[in-house]
Structures are given as C-alpha cells and as structure tokens.
Design a protein around this ligand. Structure first.
Ligand SMILES: NC(=O)c1ccc[n+]([C@@H]2O[C@H](COP(=O)([O-])OP(=O)(O)OC[C@H]3O[C@@H](n4cnc5c(N)ncnc54)[C@H](OP(=O)(O)O)[C@@H]3O)[C@@H](O)[C@H]2O)c1
Length: 274
C-alpha cells in the first residue's frame, strides 16, 4: 500500500479501464476486481464511469475496500463547471464519493489548471472526493499549484514504461512526496513487449514480459495501472510480488528508455486534451 501525502492509503497496483465500455467493459472490470484489483482508474472522458459504477455494484467487495479514481477533462476547468462535472461523474458512477480525483491534462496554453485545482481543493472539502491529484503535470505546473494554493497533489499520473522511464519526473515527484502513477505501463502493448532485453530477462526470472515490466515499475516506487480484457492477463499483471529484479537488471531495463519513447508523442508541454 502507498500512503499519500494527505494520509489516505491506496494499493500498489491499479486497473486501467480506458476503452472498457458498456456491458463487455463492465464484465472486464468485474473480472478485474474478482481477480484481486482494488483500485480502478476511470475518467470523465473515457465515457465509462457508468460501466465502472455498474461493476462496483456487481461485486461482493465492499465499496470501502475499493479505491476509485476519475479525472476532470480540460474543457471543464472553470471553477463552477469543475464542481458540476465532479457531481456529474458521481451520478454516472452511482457513487457518493471518489477516492481520488485528478486533473486530466495541464493544457498550459489555456492557463486554467490553477482555477481547476482550486475547484478540486473545494470538492475535497465538500466530501465529493477523498484525495486530489493530477495527470501529466511537469515540474513548472506542480510548482505553480504549490505556490498559488499551498496544496500539493497526492498523485501525478504520467506515461511511464521501459521506453519512457521518466527519471527526472520521478525524482521531482518523490522529492515533493507525490506518488508517481504509471499510465500505459505496458506501453499500450506496443513494441516494448517484444523488446529482446525484456524477453531475455523475463525468461531469466521465469515471468512474462508484462510481469517483468510491472515489477520494474514497482521497484521504481511507482504505481502501475495496467489494463486488460483477459482474465489470465489480469491475474498475471497483479502477480508481481513473489520475485525481485536485481540492481544490475534494473539498470539494464532503465537503459532502454528513449528520448522519443512516448507511445503517442503526447508531451504535456505542448499536447492539449479537452
Ligand atoms: N492520465 C492519462 O492521461 C492516461 C492516458 C492513458 C491511459 N491512462 C490510464 O492508464 C491505463 C493503462 O494504460 P493503457 O490502457 O493505455 O495501456 P497498457 O495498460 O500499457 O496496455 C494495455 C494493452 O496491453 C494489453 N495487455 C495487458 N496485459 C498484457 C500482458 N500481460 N501481456 C500482453 N499484453 C497485455 C491489453 O490487451 P488486452 O486488453 O487484450 O489484454 C491492452 O491492449 C488506461 O487504461 C487508463 O486507465 C491514463
């Protein structure tokens, strides 16, 4: 478990739900919870907060044992819009509160993220959300939040996998007591899963390449949120706690990072999403 800078506790691995929509999506999410996941990552823009809520209503795990995360899209960063959308997110999910609510992208050219952050601070005071954080924030964005509001996010959810290992961002986050959460932790099933070094090391540890990558992310003190529709892969992706990658092999995996290693070239300094 990770202890957040506001005192809340969250699991060490979460379940990504991007593209899990409708009844098939809800079935995959039910399967993930039954397979042991206790943290679910959704977003207003995934249009599946309903599927997540439906899944939560159809598992035997009590709500209090689940950590449910959602995210505010950039088109609702005006204060009043933000509060309304968080309420709307909750209606969609049939939930009374989110455990974690994140700003989805900084969209720095619009310069609205501080206003949206003030709305999240109030949403936490109103009891709509337990913890608040961000995604895709760079140091200059995080510095501004701290300077202008005094409230440091608990989590920064960023793209992180062996081809883009975010060494500098991880250092910043850990120095500021922010948990780094990894999106596309398997590189969204891209070439990284066939990387010869990873294939070789996975054989050495008698694990799948996915398990090796997720264990590497765990040993970097980050929190991966892999997504899978397959029950067997869901089980694999959470079964990473019975082996340890040596320091030398950690360095080999660290060495695979590339300057242009992002899956879709979404640099938060430039890329915008609303
Ligand atoms: N904050 C943000 O801006 C942001 C951006 C992107 C994503 N996210 C979040 O991060 C989550 C995870 O990222 P992601 O969905 O982009 O990618 P990912 O988890 O890295 O990869 C998912 C893909 O990998 C496949 N897969 C899963 N486990 C596997 C395994 N053990 N072996 C081989 N293939 C495997 C899945 O296929 P099957 O389903 O067929 O198994 C799927 O195609 C998302 O679902 C979303 O919740 C956040």
């Amino acid at each position: 478990m990770y202890k957040l800078n506001d005192g809340q506790i969250i699991p060490e691995v979460g379940f990504g739900t991007y593209k899990l929509n409708g009844s098939k999506g809800a079935q995959s999410i039910v399967s993930a919870v039954n397979n042991g996941y206790r943290m679910l990552d959704t977003a207003y823009n995934y249009e599946n907060e309903g599927a997540v809520g439906h899944a939560i209503a159809n598992v035997s795990i009590p709500r209090t044992e689940l950590t449910v995360t959602s995210k505010l899209p950039g088109r609702y960063y005006h204060y009043d819009d933000a509060i309304e959308r968080i309420q709307e997110s909750l209606y969609r999910a049939h939930l009374d509160y989110f455990d974690l609510y994140l700003l989805h992208w900084p969209n720095p050219k619009r310069d609205m993220y501080v206003e949206a952050w003030n709305a999240l601070i109030d949403a936490q005071k109103f009891g709509l959300v337990k913890s608040i954080g961000v995604c895709n924030f760079l140091p200059e964005h995080l510095d501004r939040l701290e300077k202008e509001t005094g409230v440091v996010p608990v989590v920064n959810q960023i793209e992180l996998h062996p081809y883009f290992n975010q060494k500098d961002m991880r250092k910043y986050d850990s120095e500021h007591n922010i948990v780094t959460m990894d999106w596309s932790p398997l590189g969204r099933a891209s070439a990284v899963l066939k990387d010869p070094t990873l294939v070789e090391l996975a054989k050495k540890y008698n694990k799948s390449v996915g398990q090796l990558i997720l264990r590497w992310e765990h040993q970097l003190d980050t929190l991966p949120i892999p997504k899978s529709t397959h029950s067997s892969r869901q089980l694999d992706n959470i079964d990473i706690f019975d082996f340890k990658i040596s320091d030398e092999d950690m360095q080999r995996i660290n060495g695979l990072t590339k300057v242009d290693g992002r899956v879709k070239n979404q640099d938060p300094a430039e890329y915008e999403e609303f």
